[in-house]
Design a protein around this ligand. Structure first.
Ligand SMILES: Nc1ncnc2c1ncn2[C@@H]1O[C@H](COP(=O)(O)OP(=O)(O)OP(=O)(O)O)[C@@H](O)[C@H]1O
Ligand SMILES: [Mg+2]
Length: 248
């Protein structure tokens, strides 16, 4: 489904990604861990060329992303969903408007079909009652859930999540994580999830990798990684648990 090979990205003399390679199978949830500033967001952005990598290869649905022309790239992006760090809703539009927007752009549904889809996706994130609210009237967790609803409404085959549970309390973190898991099961969605949040990762990850010093240093089962005696991993996960408990 996704194959990244020897992907490198630097900003001036600062090498952020140093020949990163990773592989994601169809209908797999892959979690990418890493300390702050290690290049997790840069990795996701380079994969869909919101940032141009320096070299390497990214294959998505069998296509070499780095060679695509702009229109081909846009076509590919339409089959994908993104939930970026700090992604905002359109403040001047109601929840309905925010959710309708991607449907108008990327589907041929009639207004009636769109309305059904909006209600369906709101039910998935348990926010049916928010349909006529404006973003300013929603809590942080609710905004996050609407953001998630907006990114899955077109039923993408591949989802990229950057810190989907950042800033949420443990209960909402669990709800969002379970939702990501349900989507994988129901829609056979493949996901790459960047997170610091161990709780979230435990719920959703089929496999996890750790990005450190520009490379994928570890890969494995989440249980394996969190209980590893490797000094770096021990340190990483104990720090995340102390800081975390749902903080991210
Ligand atoms: N547009 C840019 N120009 C220059 N440097 C950048 C740019 N974007 C990111 N960087 C640098 O690349 C490094 C990785 O940034 P990135 O945002 O990917 O970190 P991250 O792992 O996502 O961190 P966090 O967990 O805090 O979100 C950082 O040192 C950052 O300063
Ligand atoms: Mg980031």
């Amino acid at each position: 489904m996704v194959t990244v090979e020897k992907l490198s990205k630097s900003f001036g003399s600062h090498l952020v990604l140093d020949e990163v390679s990773l592989n994601v199978e169809e209908a797999e949830n892959l979690v990418v861990f890493g300390r702050s500033g290690t290049g997790k967001s840069v990795l996701l952005k380079c994969m869909i060329r919101l940032m141009e990598p320096n070299k390497g290869s990214v294959k998505i649905f069998g296509k070499e992303v780095l060679h695509l022309k702009m229109d081909e790239l846009n076509e590919l992006r339409q089959q994908m969903g993104f939930l970026f760090q700090g992604a905002a809703l359109y403040d001047s539009m109601s929840v309905r408007g925010n959710l309708e927007f991607p449907l108008i752009r990327h589907s041929n549904l009639t207004p009636k079909e769109r309305e059904l889809k909006i209600k369906d996706v709101l039910e998935k994130v348990s926010l049916e009652e928010a349909i006529d609210k404006m973003p300013a009237d929603l809590s942080g967790g609710m905004k996050k859930r609407i953001g998630l609803a907006r990114s899955i409404i077109t039923e993408p085959k591949l989802m990229l999540y950057d810190e989907p549970t950042t800033g949420l309390d443990p209960i909402t973190t669990k709800e969002i994580s379970k939702l990501i898991l349900d989507l994988q099961k129901e829609l056979k969605m493949t996901s790459i999830i960047v997170t610091h949040d161990i709780l979230c990762a435990r719920i959703i990850a089929d496999r996890a990798v750790v990005l450190e010093e520009g490379k994928i240093q570890y890969s494995g089962d989440i249980g394996e990684l969190t209980s590893s005696r490797d000094p770096f991993l021990k340190n990483f996960f104990s720090d995340e648990i102390i800081k975390g408990n749902g903080r991210n």
